[in-house]
Design a protein around this ligand. Structure first.
Ligand code: SAM
Ligand code: CA
Length: 278
């Protein structure tokens, strides 16, 4: 079962130090602060907290200047609906949604997959970015949360692109692998579910994605904790501490995998784009 509070805490290693981009004239590198955990909150709530920029003002600037003004009406509606849901922290941030949409359009993605749907924000973003005859095989252990966003997906006129498969993703992947037509089939796969299984999904996904296609793993900076020492992890929420070693292991594995090109993009909570080479 996934956590219900993904990316809940933004931890700043030094309150005025290396974890924060040094862009302010007032910032001073000669003024180190003791390591300290700080919860950063902003006026956009789940939108502006989810940033490794560690600067709420900068994140708000990005959202207000280029993301929210161009966000599709139903994506905004779905985001607002999710805001009433108890697990709302799991929603992908809007800047990541717009990045994924641009990326999908640039690569002319048509056949896509999503592992971990929740209320459907990244699913709707994908559905809007692929052509009318494009398809998304979407997997989640339960469909209940998707009911929150389904009306918006239907209103946006893209529900026909979605093939939802309920159940553990590992089982659904095994079903797909039994059918030759899905081998080398997908242009783009977004993985945003049980972090402890990403590494186990990887060999299966490499058979399903086409050569030149992309597998994107979400939350690969894991609330910024990938750069923290064991000592600095003390006191952080249990789920953050639990999943951190799995993300570290994944990142190390991906960096050494010769079958892919990778780029860890520092947007949202980090998304690692893996391009299949062979
Ligand atoms: N991609 C969504 C978005 O952009 O809003 C957020 C997904 S949320 C972080 C993670 C989802 O993964 C949850 O809805 C959870 O039910 C699902 N999940 C957890 N474990 C899973 C598994 N083994 N198989 C499929 N889905 C799983
Ligand atoms: Ca995520």
């Amino acid at each position: 079962m996934a956590t219900t509070t993904e990316a809940e805490v933004v931890t700043v290693k030094h309150t005025n130090g290396s974890a924060k981009p040094d862009i302010s004239p007032a910032s001073t590198k000669s003024d180190p602060q003791p390591a300290k955990a700080t919860v950063v909150t902003g006026k956009h709530g789940t939108g502006s907290e989810k940033t490794i920029l560690q600067s709420v003002g900068l994140m708000e600037y990005i959202l207000e200047s280029s993301v929210y003004p161009r966000e599709h009406e139903q994506l905004k509606e779905l985001r607002d609906e999710t805001d009433k849901h108890p697990w709302k922290k799991m929603l992908s941030p809007a800047d990541e949604g717009s990045f994924l949409q641009l990326f999908l359009r640039v690569m002319n993605a048509k056949n896509t997959m999503e592992i971990g749907v929740y209320t459907g924000y990244s699913l709707l973003a994908t559905a809007l970015a692929i052509p009318d005859d494009g398809k998304i095989i979407a997997m989640d252990i339960n469909r209940d949360c998707l009911n929150v966003g389904w009306a918006s997906i239907e209103k946006a006129g893209v529900a026909h692109k979605i093939d939802f498969r309920e159940g553990p993703a590992m089982d659904t992947l095994d079903v797909l692998l039994k059918d030759e037509k899905y081998h080398n089939h997908f242009d783009f796969i977004f993985v945003d579910a049980d972090k402890d299984n990403y590494i186990n999904y990887h060999p299966k996904l490499l058979q399903l994605v086409r050569v030149g296609g992309i597998v994107a793993y979400d939350n690969t900076l894991w609330n910024g904790t990938v750069a923290l020492s064991e000592e600095e992890m003390v006191g952080l929420p249990k789920y953050v501490r639990h999943y951190q070693p799995f993300i570290l292991e994944l990142n190390k594995f991906l960096a050494a995998d010769p079958r892919i090109d990778i780029s860890l993009v520092s947007i949202g909570d980090g998304v690692t784009l893996c391009r299949r080479l062979v």
